[in-house]
Write a new protein. Structure first.
Length: 279
């Protein structure tokens, strides 16, 4: 029992694993074959419990040299039972968090969306601080990346739980025959996105349950993180990936659910089916 407790509190939370996925996408041209996107999520920055796995994730990604890095929300944490003003003050953790994230490098840039904890604290401060560090926040917005004569659209919705997501606005003006990748913090939003012209949704939020009991799974999952809590899913024409995050929330432990770095290699749809490898 002591060994299990030590693993859950000390070893597992501080050692992120790398998940690599070859991912064929509809509408993707051969020009984008081999384009690599790295995903980090759910930092819940805390100077004691999340700083170590985040530093390790930054080191790992800089060694991997992805083309693009995406960050899918919850940079900070709304305190439990917070009093008036306390939640907004907790957004101050975006400063040390952004200092570490600013050490990441990718030629196509760093893009992000907000999570429910970000919206529940001070989203303006979080957005401005990340922007000052070269990280672009997509709040119901999209932008195209271009290679040769073809484009790849990166989109991000505002947080769904807080009621600010606007998919119509986010996808406005995107041609129907061009590939779309959506950053949406809550994975269960994929049920909505799958009815639209979205090829891939990247999410976090669930932490994979943070603690997973063998043969039973996670005892607790948050709202909008219960249907698709961990890993790769196919929902109609949409591919969804739910990253289990870097940090922890409320209780600083992980069991059978270590922090995660995800690296996607995009392929045209003619390539082989998605393959997942955990290192």
């Amino acid at each position: 029992m002591t060994a299990v407790a030590a693993d859950a509190a000390i070893i597992e939370p501080n050692h992120p694993v790398l998940t690599t996925i070859d991912l064929p996408l509809p509408h993707l041209s051969d020009a984008w074959d081999g384009f690599r996107i790295a995903q980090l999520s759910d930092f819940h920055f805390d100077p004691h419990f999340s700083v170590v796995p985040l530093r390790k994730a930054v080191e790992t990604l800089n060694q991997l040299k992805p083309d693009l890095i995406v960050l899918t929300g919850d940079f900070v944490t709304v305190p439990a039972f917070s009093k008036a003003g306390q939640a907004k003050r907790s957004a101050a953790n975006i400063e040390p968090c952004s200092e570490l994230l600013a050490q990441l490098h990718a030629p196509a840039g760093l893009l992000a969306c907000l999570g429910n904890h970000d919206l529940g604290t001070d989203p303006v401060r979080i957005t401005r601080t990340l922007h000052s560090r070269g990280i672009e926040m997509l709040r119901n917005a999209s932008l195209p990346l271009q290679r040769e004569a073809s484009r790849l659209w990166l989109c991000g919705v505002d947080d769904v739980l807080e009621g600010h997501a606007d998919l119509d606005l986010t996808l406005r003006g995107i041609p129907a025959d061009e590939p779309v990748i959506l950053l949406a913090h809550e994975p269960d939003f994929a049920l909505e996105a799958s009815r639209r012209r979205v090829d891939l949704q990247l999410s976090g939020h669930s932490h994979g349950g943070q603690v997973r009991i063998p043969f039973l799974g996670a005892p607790y999952l948050p709202e909008l993180g219960r249907k698709f809590p961990k890993g790769l899913y196919k929902i109609g024409p949409l591919t969804l990936y739910t990253n289990v995050g870097i940090g922890t929330i409320r209780i600083p432990v992980r069991f059978d659910c270590p922090p995660e770095i995800t690296l996607f290699t995009l392929r045209p749809l003619s390539a082989s089916a998605p393959a997942r490898t955990v290192v």
